[in-house]
Design a protein around this ligand. Structure first.
Ligand code: NAD
Length: 445
């Protein structure tokens, strides 16, 4: 049988594309070498959020006195936390399998290898069988980047995020190399479970791409809580659990290396005429590659490595492949992102620093989260911050950056404003329910 569409990779990009194209009545085959759901579901977003939630329950129970509650002999069972995480993941993977089954999409479990391609056909080999399709979607994702630091390879003390998620026991102490999103989420997890944590970041600040006033609030809180965060510190070498950085030696039982991810081009060797850009597949605004019947979506495009970007890219690419009118585009300027620290950080659009570097004249409105009654009721001792970046010429909302729980749950309202190009006067007409922390988006106008 010849398929209309072959998809390599069953993460958020791949399964979204498969579902959408199947729903449109096309014959679709999807290849996945591991479990459906990709990095996000199996070794990324979902398992980390499950563990972080368990850690937060423990942390809140041991810090409840400020709310007039005392609990004695609070304990946790890391094995039980891991078990729950695995069940959450398993249920969600089964849900995706069911959805693809419902759409009669063929799923093949195995490592797919492209054998040949011309403008009307792609041949793919998997588990010794050859499959033919008219169109190809490359949704192969990304893998953890291993930096060329002496002593990193074959070092039993070194973990990547996948190792950390699979561990059955907590480390006695941990050094985290890289203070990016993965690094700071794991720092939160281990700190809340009582593990001594050191974060080593090469740049002058952690989370360098985020609004720095927001990041400073987290930095101050985490340092005060006892997390050792070293910035402008370059790791020179590793030796077992010893890390040499800026001439000093730091030691821990484990070293978690989280210094970014790289596009996964495995299995694509036969596509030697596909155009790459900085090690990732180059795509246009519809996720089309330079090859007529080949699209790429998700981390493999090296754009913004977030699951929700991957699924949106897949929707847009399927629409383009099926020539659906009107053709949709991805609003890369309005992609929300969340860092699941405690407090959470959520943002969308440009930061004040980015506006300055792009010479965009902006007005910056900012308010502590304590302007919200609900925030005051539920976040004892926290101040939080909400910043809105507004175009000084036409008064449209260009960006919103927040720290304070639970800002991840209402950043989508800000994304909507940025996506639709709302002016502050238009956004002001939106009514937010009282009492919710989301009201901060109204107060700030
Ligand atoms: P990242 O790019 O977010 O952060 C890596 C950090 O490591 C950077 O701050 C960088 O300056 C630092 N670094 C690089 N080399 C170093 C070195 N030798 N020594 C010390 N520091 C060094 O990458 P990540 O945290 O590995 O995350 C990978 C991807 O996964 C990102 O695109 C991220 O957005 C995504 N992700 C998203 C979420 C979320 O949405 N909540 C969670 C996890 C991961």
């Amino acid at each position: 049988m010849r398929y209309f569409l072959a998809i390599i990779g069953g993460g958020p990009a791949g399964y979204t594309a498969a579902e959408k194209a199947s729903k449109a009545g096309k014959d679709v085959i999807l290849f996945e070498q591991n479990a459906l759901g990709g990095t996000c579901l199996n070794v990324g977003c979902i398992p980390t959020k499950s563990l972080l939630y368990s850690a937060k329950q423990y942390y809140n129970a041991t810090h409840a006195q400020k709310y007039g509650v005392t609990a004695e002999n609070v304990a946790f069972d890391f094995g039980a936390m891991q078990k729950r995480k695995t069940i959450v993941v398993r249920k969600l993977v089964a849900g995706i399998k069911q959805r693809l089954n419902n759409e009669h999409c063929t799923v093949v479990n195995g490592l797919a290898q492209i054998v040949s391609r011309n403008d009307s056909n792609v041949s793919i080999e998997c588990n010794g069988e050859t499959y033919e399709a008219a169109n190809l979607f490359i949704c192969t994702g990304s893998t953890n980047f291993v930096p060329p630091i002496p002593g990193i390879k074959e070092n039993p003390a070194v973990w990547d995020s996948t190792d950390a998620l699979a561990a059955t026991e907590l480390p006695k102490s941990i050094i985290i190399v890289g203070g990016g999103v993965i690094g700071m989420e794991f720092a939160t997890l281990y700190h809340e479970l009582g593990v001594p944590v050191t974060v080593i970041e090469a740049m002058p600040t952690i989370l360098p791409n985020l609004d720095q006033e927001v990041v400073q609030i987290l930095l101050d809180k985490y340092r005060k809580a006892g997390i050792n965060i070293l910035t402008s510190t370059k790791v020179e070498s590793l030796d077992g659990g010893k890390v040499t950085a800026n001439g000093e030696v730091y030691e821990a039982e484990r070293i978690l290396v989280s210094v970014g991810r790289r596009a996964n081009l495995q299995g694509l060797e036969a596509l030697n005429d596909i155009e790459l850009e900085r090690g990732a597949i180059k795509v246009d605004e519809f996720c089309k590659t330079n090859l007529p019947n080949v699209y790429a979506c998700g981390d493999v495009t090296g754009k913004i490595m977030l699951a929700h970007v991957a699924s949106r890219q897949a929707e847009v690419a399927v629409g383009r492949m099926l020539k659906q009118i009107p053709l949709q585009r991805i609003a890369y300027n309005a992609i929300p992102s969340v860092v699941y620290t405690n407090p959470e950080i959520a943002s969308v659009g440009i930061t004040e620093q980015q506006a300055e570097s792009m010479s965009i004249p902006v007005e910056v409105h900012q308010l502590p989260m304590t302007f919200s009654g609900r925030f005051m009721a539920e976040n004892e001792g926290e101040t939080g911050l909400c910043k809105m970046i507004i175009d000084a010429k036409n008064h449209s909302v260009l960006g919103v950056h927040m720290i304070g729980n639970p800002c991840s749950e209402f950043i989508s309202a800000a994304s909507f404003a940025v996506r639709m190009g709302y002016t502050t006067a238009e956004f002001q007409q939106v009514v937010f329910p009282h009492p919710t922390v989301s009201e901060i988006l109204h107060e700030i106008l």
